[in-house]
Write a protein that binds this ligand. Structure first.
Ligand code: NAD
Length: 310
């Protein structure tokens, strides 16, 4: 059985470690301090309890999970026996390149190194190693134990064997890997998600509607449909003759600016970072954040259960 290394035990790292441990793997999880790893163990316990409450993990599996996750601070010690690594440190290219260079030195020579980056390309990370054939981007979605997708992005030097190893490991823990045909910044999901975000911010910044109304529109219309049918399925139903007329009218009017929108730069400069600071487009306290998280988790778990039945 493979031993999985996870570097960075934050929001994504703890969840990815949990998913692998639920799937039966031994996991070696590292971060920069024992304090961070203690917090990760607490987050793993809480997320595992939610999975049991949601009926997605049985009690017998849950009782085995904590013993499968080994938390170790020194990276050399944590990664010396792993076969497959998921890097989930901050989204900072220089830091990730430094981590990949370190991983290349301390991991066994045949270990596959993957990055959970949201935006960088495989070639930007593989170049920091002497094993570019064994490096790829594998972008999980949050929460990683409830959303099935892992986007697999090979670089120009990634071998077929590495792609096959990665997809087989992801499938073995119930994930749905999608392999891109070539590298692109942001892959598929984030290119689309951020195109939507740009337009949502344009609508708010130009006084067309409030943030709350934008959220309501998405949640009560195409957002619901997108959980069960992709845009190409949806628009095949709508008919491309009609869609081409709408494109002709609408595309020239959609936002295409490249800079950070005014509302976002103002919020960031005022320390309004969203849930983590207590306000963003909405005001947040522990209760309202808990309610939102539990609404998302219970709906995603319902969708996950439905997809397992089909
Ligand atoms: N947050 C999301 O929804 C999401 C979704 C998909 C992908 N991602 C990507 O996953 C990665 C991690 O994001 P996150 O939200 O989990 O961040 P996070 O801030 O919650 O966690 C990052 C962790 O990395 C640790 N770290 C930093 N430098 C390290 C080092 N040198 N060695 C070991 N650990 C180190 C930090 O201490 C921290 O615990 C980023 O690349 C992000 O873009 C995030």
């Amino acid at each position: 059985m493979d031993c999985i290394g996870v570097v960075g035990a934050g929001l994504m790292g703890h969840g990815i470690a949990l998913q692998f441990a639920v799937g039966g793997y031994e996991v070696s999880l590292t971060d920069t301090s024992e304090k961070n790893l203690q917090l990760a163990r607490e987050n793993i316990d809480n997320s595992l309890t939610s999975l049991v409450e949601l009926g997605l993990v049985d009690d017998a599996t849950a009782s085995d999970v904590p013993g499968r996750i080994h938390t170790i601070v020194p990276m050399a010690q944590a990664m010396d026996k792993v076969n497959f690594v998921v890097e989930a440190v901050y989204e900072d290219l220089a830091l990730k390149q430094e981590v990949f260079a370190q991983l290349d030195k301390v991991c066994p020579p045949d270990a596959v190194l993957t990055s959970n980056t949201s935006s960088f390309m495989t070639s930007q990370l593989a170049s920091s190693t002497a094993r570019p054939d064994k490096v790829l981007v594998a972008n999980w979605w949050n929460p990683p134990f409830l959303l099935p997708l892992v986007e697999v992005v090979r670089g120009p030097d990634t071998s077929d064997e590495t792609v096959e190893t990665a997809t087989a490991i992801f499938e073995s823990v119930g994930k749905k890997p999608v392999v891109l045909s070539k590298e692109s910044l942001g892959f598929i999901g984030n290119r689309m998600q951020f195109a939507l975000l740009r337009e949502a911010l344009f609508i708010v910044d130009n006084g067309i509607a409030s943030a709350e109304d934008v959220d309501t529109v998405v949640k009560t219309s195409f957002g619901r449909r997108l959980a069960v049918a992709g845009p190409f399925e949806v628009f095949d139903i709508a008919g491309w003759d009609t869609i081409s007329k709408i494109i002709d009218q609408l595309f020239p009017d959609l936002d295409s600016t490249a800079g950070i929108p005014t509302s976002v730069s103002e919020m960031v400069s005022q320390g309004e970072l969203g849930v983590k600071s207590g306000s963003g487009f909405y005001k947040w306290d522990n209760q309202s954040v808990g309610a939102l998280r539990s609404r998302i988790a219970s709906t995603l778990s319902m969708l996950e259960s439905m997809s397992q039945e089909t």
